[in-house]
Design a protein around this ligand. Sequence first.
Ligand code: BMA
Length: 339
Amino acid sequence: MSIQMIAPEVKNVPWQERPANIVNAPIWRYTENPIINRNPIEGVARIFNSAVVPYEDGFIGVFRGEQTNGVPYVYLGRSADGIHWNFEKDKVQFVDENGEPFMPVYAYDPRLVKVEDTYYIIWCGDFYGAAIGMAKTKDFKTFIRIENPFLPFNRNAVLFPRKINGNFVMLSRPSDSGHTPFGDIFVSESPDLTYWGKHRHVMGRGYEWWESLKIGGGAAPIETSEGWLLFYHGVSGTCNGYVYSIGGAILDLENPSIVKYRCENFILTPEEWYEERGFVPNVTFPCATIHDPKTGRIAIYYGCADSYVGLAFCQFDEIVDYIKKHSVVRDGDTEIGRR
Ligand code: BMA
């Protein structure tokens, strides 16, 4: 039986047909990239590394807005087609459980995941060092922060879109507060989003050179009959600085610390001007997908060169086939990760 994607239907996934000339991974860029250009909001110089979900008849997203004073915050955007975005002028106003203002010092690389009837925003903020920030909303009007789930130093947290064995499940990447020259992906569980445990190692930085320095979770995993399809970022340290590429893996459904398939090749790497040139050159940084089980269409949203947002497309069956065909898993991947 062919592999199934298990997700709600999305009729209007942003899409462009596959060009004929693909020689590597079956993924192609939107020809009108970047979809978000510089100076998109007054006081915001760049939007990149951002996440979107289907909402009402269109889409809604949380965007990393680098303000003109250099401090990143989360901004809300809405779109009818997932390509053209309207942003709110003011940054998202977070409150605590009592409704009192509770703004992070800064917030970057937000992810946005719906679990049951609630939307969760997860970002990297300051908690006496780089750490995971988290908030919930049901209406995109009130954003209630959930107290810091993890100790510093940590980044790149992303929730799974459903509970597994009754618990919320989150990927994260322990780090330092700087330009972390190391990093593996871990998974943690929580019954209530307050108490986290069962921390397990998912996968380490790769043996392959494109991901040999560090890796980090990207888009929320997509449930499939074969496991959780994960688009993540892998980093190579070159003599001219870090290069961020996009990788693909499939994690065990019931026990996502086990990697079933891990593509030894990057599936996308900086090639276009908007990926190679910008505030930080050579960065492709996935944070979300819009995907539809019926058509098998997947649109990947990725930050480009810390300056823009780009869109890439792939067909579910083709990308899964490619990941499986080029899969190399090692002991650190396939073990349960609880040494
Ligand atoms: C990482 C994060 C990302 C950024 C990347 C490249 O450490 O800060 O937000 O895209 O570096 O600068």
